[in-house]
Structure formats: C-alpha cells, structure tokens
Design a protein around this ligand. Structure first.
Ligand code: ATP
Ligand code: MG
Length: 285
C-alpha cells in the first residue's frame, strides 16, 4: 500500500524516531491513526534495536483478534503487521470500550509494567476512535494517565479533538496536533463489521471443544446468564490472555469451551466477556 503523508506528519515522525519516547496516537474513527502508527514504527525500527507496538483498540485491531488489547516487541518492520503474533494480550470481551473502561485501562497498565521491566524501549500505542463527549474525554485522559506518554499525537479532521486536547494539556502532557486530509479513506460500518468477522473466523479456525473442571480455576463472567458462543478469555496468573474461546455450555459439571488454544498449563482464570460469536462464520450476534 502506498502511503502519503503531509510534511508536518513526516517531520513529527522524524523527530519521534530520534527519541526513545512512549507515543500515544489519538483521534476519531478513520483519522489514519493505525496507518501513521505503522509509519512511525517503520522509521523507528530502522534506528532502534527494539520497538513496542501496542494496540489499544478493541475494534479495528491490526494486531491480534478483536475484543483484545495486544503488544508486540518488534526488531524489524514486518511486511504484514497483521500476521505478527502478539507477545502480550489482554482480554476485553467487547468490540467497543464503552462499558469496559476498567478492563481497557487495566490492560494498558499491565503492558506498561512489561515496558518498564524491559527498560522502557520506544513504544507506539494505537487507540480506539472513541473520542466523543464525556465518555471519550474520560477514556483518553485515563489512558494517558496510565500510559504516561512522552508525546500524545492528536489527529484531527476539523475541531472535534479540541476538548480532549485541552484536557491533556491540563494534565501536563506534551501534545502535537496534525490535520487529517483526504488521503485517509473512510470505512463504512459494514466494512468494520466484516473486518472483525474475518479476524474472528481466522482466529477460531482449527479450534476444538475442550472441557474444563472449574476446580482450582478462577471464574468471572460479565453477564449473569451465559449464552452459547459467548466470548471467553483464558487467562494466566497475572491476568494476561493466553487465548480466546467460545462458550459451549456446561455438561456433567464441566465447562465446555471451543478454542484454538492447545496448551493450558498456565490457565488460571476463565473470564466470560460480552460478545457472542458464531464459531464457523466469525459473525457477531
Ligand atoms: N497516510 C495515508 N496514505 C494513504 N492511505 C491512508 C493513509 N492513512 C490512512 N489511509 C487509509 O485510510 C483508511 C483509514 O486509515 P486507518 O485505518 O489508518 O485509520 P484509523 O484512524 O486507524 O481508523 P479506525 O478508526 O478504524 O481505527 C485506511 O484504508 C488506510 O489505508
Ligand atoms: Mg485504527
């Protein structure tokens, strides 16, 4: 794919690539956040030994399946970021951060802990397009507080980011604003649904139904009643996601989960999310 960036975008990316910063990209839907994140990664990786890419968007994630957050440490720029396996994953269980702020913020917090353990390599975090109203402000502010970016890059079409901009400035963050142009294409709602469907379909290909005794396992559900196909996170001790599953019911005291995960040695917690998925088509119900 051919990228086209205005001079201000290129200049900022150059500046970023000469630092070891933690960068957070913020903007509404279809503002070119993910494409700019890739561009920054590409030029950063040429100069650095290792760069972290964090996907904090549960909807249109290029890294990992939807309804999760993910982080990868990259040593070279992959020809297809889509095929890179995340090094760390966090379960959200919804295709939107609405109603799941604690899960999202906690996930970013856990990724930051890993970054710190690794000596703070440069990191680029892509975020969701939820920027509207008080909800958008709360989410972006809390994400900034927990991520502690050295620089927040705001991508703006008109003046829709003004309130978030001034909130982040009040929070003491360094913010740079870039104007979005016609080079960024707009996706339809259906494009977004299809994107998630294909990702889920690919993720669950080759999955099998596994049975789990809940003895010795932690169990949490987002809903009181759990439906067939409801998305499940299979978590390890520290809360990181090992793999996704789909709820298939309970039989003879055992929980049945359809999952492509093969190794359950580290499984400690079964966490049921909100989304319901058709295992064959990947469609959300
Ligand atoms: N600099 C660019 N040059 C060419 N095409 C671009 C550029 N930036 C974005 N696009 C195209 O515009 C579309 C939207 O861009 P992108 O997915 O990066 O936006 P986003 O803000 O991450 O969207 P979302 O809200 O879905 O996360 C994509 O089809 C992408 O290929
Ligand atoms: Mg995106």
């Amino acid at each position: 794919m051919e990228w086209e960036f205005p001079p201000a975008w290129k200049k900022l990316a150059e500046e970023i690539s000469s630092q070891d910063w933690r960068i957070m990209l913020v903007g509404g839907v279809d503002c070119g956040k993910t494409t700019y994140a890739r561009y920054i990664l590409k030029i950063l990786i040429e100069k650095k030994e290792e760069v972290a890419y964090i996907n904090a968007d549960v909807g249109q994630a290029i890294l990992g399946p939807p309804a999760t957050l993910s982080m990868s440490f990259l040593k070279r720029f992959p020809s297809q970021l889509e095929t890179v396996l995340p090094d760390y994953q966090w379960f959200i269980g919804s295709n939107s951060p609405s109603g799941f702020f604690s899960e999202v913020i906690l996930g970013v917090h856990s990724f930051v802990q890993v970054l710190e353990e690794k000596g703070n390599p440069p990191a680029v975090m892509d975020t969701s397009g939820l920027i509207k109203g008080e909800e958008g402000k709360r989410l972006k502010y809390m994400k900034s507080l927990v991520f502690q970016p050295d620089l927040v890059v705001i991508l703006e079409r008109e003046d829709e980011m003004e309130e978030i901009h001034s909130l982040l400035l009040s929070g003491g963050f360094r913010v740079e604003k870039l104007k979005v142009g016609d080079f960024v294409k707009v996706k339809t709602r259906q494009d977004r649904i299809n994107f998630r469907k294909e990702k889920f379909k690919r993720y669950f290909e080759g999955g099998e139904v596994k049975e789990f005794s809940l003895k010795g396992l932690g169990f949490v559900s987002h809903t009181k009643v759990i439906q067939r196909g409801q998305l499940v996170g299979l978590l390890e001790e520290k809360g990181f996601l090992l793999g996704l599953g789909l709820w298939m019911g309970v039989e003879k005291g055992k929980v049945k989960i359809f999952t492509p995960l093969k190794n359950f040695d580290d499984l400690k917690i079964i966490w049921v999310g909100r989304l319901i998925i058709d295992p064959e088509t990947g469609e959300e119900k």
